[in-house]
Design a protein around this ligand. Sequence first.
Ligand code: C2O
Ligand code: CU
Ligand code: CU
Length: 489
Amino acid sequence: GAGVLALPIAGGAYLYTSTRRDTAGDVPFDNPLAVPPLDEGDLRGGARNFSLDAEAGETPIKPGKATPTWGFNGSYLGPTLRARRGDDLRFTVRNHLEETTTVHFHGAHLPADCDGGPHQAIEPGGSWEPEWTVDQPATMLWYHPHPHGNTARHVYRGLAGLILIDDDVSDGLDLPREYGVDDVPLVVQDRNFDGDNALEESETWTSTTGIIGEDVIVNGTYGPYFEATTRRLRLRILNGSNARVMNFAFDDDREFLQIGSDGGLLTEPHRTRRALLSPAERADIVVDLEPGETVVLRSLPVEDVGVGSIFKRFNGMDDRLDVLQIRAADELADSPEVPAKLAEIASLSDEPAAERSFRLAGFSTINGDSMDMNRIDFGAQVDTVEEWTVRNTDEYHHNFHVHDVQFQVASIDGEAPPPPLAGWKDTVFLEPNRDYRLRMRFDQYTDPDLPYMYHCHILFHEDFGMMGQFVVLGEGEEVGTVPDMAAHG
Ligand code: C2O
Ligand code: CU
Ligand code: CU
């Protein structure tokens, strides 16, 4: 069970934090897993047209009263958008909320004015119409608000959704692909509910990371079960939590195959018993099932990653949480073997045109600076590869996310990355005091005045300023000046 622990900190203040939480075996699993509706867009004018409406509503989650929540085209989360590499996408995003928001396409390679970061604010009652051509490998991306200083609250209330991208490579592989049947997305989120089932938004007892939720919901379902009908089940997992790191495993410790990461399929399946995901990271996994069996997906305590034991405790990294029960039918349809070779990944081995270093410290700075909407930190040259060395200088956890690109982890403290980090990534967990060398190619020219973001995806840190801005410059260009932000409200 959980209790509250008060830790004395400097100045006679106290941090209030929960002790280790263990829900293994306690979650009733009496609600069928909700699967977000699939939306392949409206084919018009040679493009795939999508509409997203951010709105407030009420969602039955825990037994008893419904929970006031926000969602896209509904009361919680949003539709799963599906498109192919090469498609032209057109969006109409409307804001029916009473405050300014944005919709960011996390992991997407797109022009800066379509990114949906803090510079693409949508006023209450307003709308926004980004469009771009999909130019990246098959994978699962996601979308979520990114209004500066308010991202954590907007995501916590339920604004998030998935994007599935297919391409010729994924079409040519015999992988489970029937949405909601043998290819099931899991948006895993931790939440706290008060006595009336309203979302508890106070951060008073978590201090350095923002909200760590005591309950886990999957696609908005509390205590979910899924009825599997096939021998192999593909789960596309997003850690959609604001701050909690999750260490996915099955209750019988069975092996499974990880076949993809944030930005695409791996080169070959990775046989494992664990998938460690920090907030915003994704894992594409395939698990084998026996007829009639029941197996539970859990988040286990995070093994030794160098996070101090006190921080591990109050950031929930010692917790053991039930996530999803899988009930296999008595007769299971056959599924093909997972292919031994998946995608080709050309390594970004070009001589880097620039090397940069990023030090994350406290909960609000990178290289000593906090986010300033009017400061562009640097410009990368279009059509070059850069190498960024990123370091978490704290004893607690951070991660690192870069907009517009998928990067490669070239090394961690000089060593080759483990298989789950050897494919395309847009977010990487930073174990304390290690050097993560990331390589990325910038091939999308932007306006020198219009930046992309890089930041910690612990949303409380991001909101407090652990974020910076960069542009992608053409030949001979210099970093511009962000137009007066007052104009954006
Ligand atoms: Cu998922 Cu800058 O965000
Ligand atoms: Cu992003
Ligand atoms: Cu952080």
